[in-house]
Structures are given as structure tokens and as C-alpha cells.
Design a protein around this ligand. Structure first.
Ligand code: NAP
Length: 359
């Protein structure tokens, strides 16, 4: 048992079914006792994955109190925030309460440090004592409770120069700007679907930097009048912004005619709704790349969709982790004052208390 308690992958916390790792498990042991190679944190806030929060919100008619009760029941049942409908989770911000002796020896982390988890809530043992507040517009949940990070669970110390709530919003989607930076080449054409959301904005800004003056970035989202869409256009982070529904194949074909006549070398899918695989593929050049960051992506729909329309494109699953992703994402904000002001205004202000749910 003591060897299992030291499992770097966290198998010692799996309650059911046996023989799987925490992400696949149905239920985890979230007991707030630190094992030798774990970090135990007092959680301050959750950033629920956008696809997951949208699904939970819709299932509860947008009612904050019902959403809180839903989240509490889900975490109580599974020992983690793992939405069984979308399969996605989110991440947390909290303060280190205890560090297991094996971790303490090898880490610069100290009890009391504030950190953001960089692994999904779908594999993070989580116990909720109370939900204090929910921001229904961003999927942010302020709560009291505990979470555990395993030996392989990466995290970032919260930066001193960026407010915690803002850093949480950025770090939640840190994989997107890092992967865009890696994928995009000077002179290319890039299309970003869901361009005015968190990951979409960061992806557009990174893409604009990478393509240079001879390249082109096109943002796509349902509404061109949102503050995020206006930010992209006013500050030149996109060369064109098109209001369109990324689920609608015919609207996407119209987008192609209007703004992407030669199609895109790289399409970055950052939407939080299902059903956008084929439209993304149709916007991509033959031999181009589609980067599906969206958690609403269906492997089957993407694979069979590309085959069905005879498109030879490379499709990349949006790995939430990329080397240096946290620093790249935070630096993107530091380097672009208008983007930073937007994130501070949108994600940095805690709204008036709307809900309280205690176990
Ligand atoms: P977000 O801030 O909520 O943004 C979602 C974006 O999708 C918004 O621009 C939204 O536009 C747009 N959208 C919604 N319906 C659309 C439609 N029919 N057509 C075009 N655009 C549409 O979400 P986020 O936090 O950036 O997350 C984006 C996606 O990445 C989500 O699926 C999330 O689950 C996923 N994600 C993946 C990872 C990973 O590791 N791969 C990590 C975190 C998040 P409006 O604002 O106008 O509705």
C-alpha cells in the first residue's frame, strides 16, 4: 500500500474502477491528507472548462444556485470535477497547505504559496466544503475546499505582476497560444474559430506575431460587436473578423469566399460548442493543419468528416500541455497592453455574490 501511495501518476487515489489512472477513473479519493509525493492545496477558485460550464449552465437553465448544487453533487460523487457529458474539467487556483516529504525535498514550493494547477480537474482529487460565488459569464467558481496534485501534476506559481483571477483565465487555456506559436510560420494564413474567447484571443495575438506582415489572420465568432471582437479589429490582432456560426457548413463556406479565398494554412478551433469539426476542415487548405483546441471536438466527426470531403489535412488534438506554455501565455498578455487590459476588465473583477452552496 505504501508503494501505491507513492505512485507518481496518482493511482493510489483511484477508488473505482480498479486498474486505471485518475483521469480515466470514475471516482477518486479526495481525502485531504497529503501522501509522500503529493501537494495538498486549499482551493480558492475553479475555472471550469468552457465547454463543460456551458453544458452545465444549459442543463440548469442558467440558474447560478442550481449550477452550484450541480457542481457540488458532481464533485461529491466523483471526487473530482469531471463532467461526464463533455468529459472535460478545468483547473484551480489555491494556496499550498501541505507538501509531502518526497515533494518537499525536490521543490522550491513552500507552504502558503499561491499556485494554479496546470493539469485538468478531471484527474485532480477535489473536495468542496462550500461554493461562495459563481460568475455565470466566465465559468469561474469561488469556493472553499481542497485539491491534491500528484508528482506528475504540473502547476505554476501565480505571477506577482498579474492578478490571480486574470492569471487563472490565461493559464486555463495556456496550451493554445503555445501551440499556435509552434505551428504557425511567417507568411501563412491562419483562421481562428471562437476568436473572441479566452483561448481564441490569445491564439489570434500569437498568430499575428508569427505570420508577420506578409501573413494573414482571420478571426471568426458569432458576433462582431463583442468587446473581444472589437479588441481584435481595433488593435490589428486580426486582418479580418467575420461574424459566423462555426457549426454551419454553409456559413463557413461563405466565410471562405469572403475572407479566405485561398483557405487557411492553419485553422485553430477554440469554440465551446460541438459540431464544428467539418466546417473547420473545410476552411483548411489541402496539406494544411487543423488544431482542435476545443474540448467539444469529436475524433469520429473530424476523421470521418475529412475523409468524406477528401481533405488531406493534419489534425492535431489540443494537448493542454506544451513546454513552457504557462510562461508563453502570461508573456503574451504582458507584451500586449490592450489584450491585458481586456483580460483584467473581463476576468479580473469579481462580481457581486450570486450564490452560496454549502455541503
Ligand atoms: P470561451 O472563452 O468561452 O470562448 C469560446 C468561444 O467560442 C467564444 O469566442 C464564443 O463566441 C465561441 N463560440 C461559441 N459558439 C460558437 C459558434 N457557434 N461559432 C463560432 N464561435 C462560437 O472558451 P475558452 O476558455 O477559450 O475555451 C475554448 C475551447 O477550448 C472550449 O471548448 C474549451 O473547453 C477548450 N479548452 C481546451 C483546453 C485544452 O487543453 N485543449 C483547455 C482549456 C479549454 P461567443 O463568446 O460569441 O459565444
Amino acid at each position: 500500500m505504501s508503494a501505491r501511495r507513492n505512485c507518481v501518476l496518482g493511482s493510489h487515489r483511484v477508488l473505482e474502477p480498479p486498474g486505471v489512472l485518475p483521469q480515466v477513473a470514475w471516482k477518486l479519493d479526495a481525502t485531504p491528507v497529503v501522501y509522500a509525493n503529493e501537494i495538498l492545496c486549499d482551493v480558492e477558485a475553479l475555472n471550469i472548462d468552457s465547454a463543460s460550464f456551458r453544458q452545465i449552465s444549459e442543463a440548469n437553465d442558467g440558474d447560478a444556485a442550481r449550477v452550484a448544487a450541480h457542481v457540488v453533487a458532481l464533485v461529491d460523487e466523483r471526487g473530482k470535477h469531471h463532467n461526464p457529458v463533455t468529459g472535460s474539467g478545468g483547473m484551480f487556483v489555491g494556496r499550498v497547505r501541505a507538501i509531502g516529504p518526497e515533494r518537499a525535498a525536490s521543490s522550491e514550493l513552500r507552504v502558503g504559496d499561491r499556485i494554479a494547477s496546470l493539469v485538468s480537474l478531471t484527474l485532480t482529487p477535489l473536495a468542496i466544503e462550500a461554493i461562495d460565488d459563481i460568475d455565470m459569464s466566465s465559468g469561474r467558481i469561488w469556493m472553499r475546499g481542497t485539491a491534491v496534485l500528484f508528482a506528475t501534476g504540473s502547476f505554476a506559481k501565480l505571477p506577482h505582476d498579474i492578478a490571480g483571477d486574470v492569471a487563472l483565465a490565461v493559464l486555463d487555456v495556456a496550451g493554445a497560444p503555445a501551440q499556435v506559436r509552434r505551428l504557425v510560420r511567417p507568411g501563412q494564413t491562419v483562421a481562428v474559430l471562437g476568436a473572441d474567447g479566452k483561448s481564441g484571443l490569445l491564439a489570434c495575438v500569437q498568430a499575428r506575431e508569427r505570420v508577420g506582415p506578409s501573413g494573414r489572420v482571420v478571426g471568426i465568432a458569432p458576433d462582431a460587436t463583442t468587446p473581444g471582437a472589437r479588441l481584435l479589429v481595433e488593435h490589428g490582432y486580426v486582418d479580418a473578423f467575420v461574424a459566423a456560426d462555426a457549426r454551419d457548413v454553409f456559413e463557413m463556406l461563405a466565410v471562405a469566399t469572403e475572407a479566405l479565398p485561398e483557405l487557411a494554412d492553419v485553422v485553430v478551433n477554440c469554440v465551446n460548442v460541438p459540431g464544428t469539426e467539418l466546417p473547420s476542415i473545410l476552411l483548411t487548405k489541402n496539406y494544411g493543419t487543423v488544431y482542435f483546441f476545443s474540448m467539444s471536438t469529436s475524433f469520429t466527426a473530424a476523421a470521418l468528416g475529412a475523409e468524406g470531403v477528401g481533405k488531406d489535412v493534419t489534425m492535431i488534438v489540443g494537448n493542454g500541455y506544451a513546454t513552457g506554455h504557462a510562461e508563453i501565455a502570461l508573456q503574451t498578455l504582458r507584451d500586449h497592453a490592450p489584450l491585458r487590459r481586456y483580460f483584467v476588465a473581463r476576468y479580473g473583477a469579481r462580481p457581486q455574490p450570486a450564490v452560496s452552496a454549502t455541503l
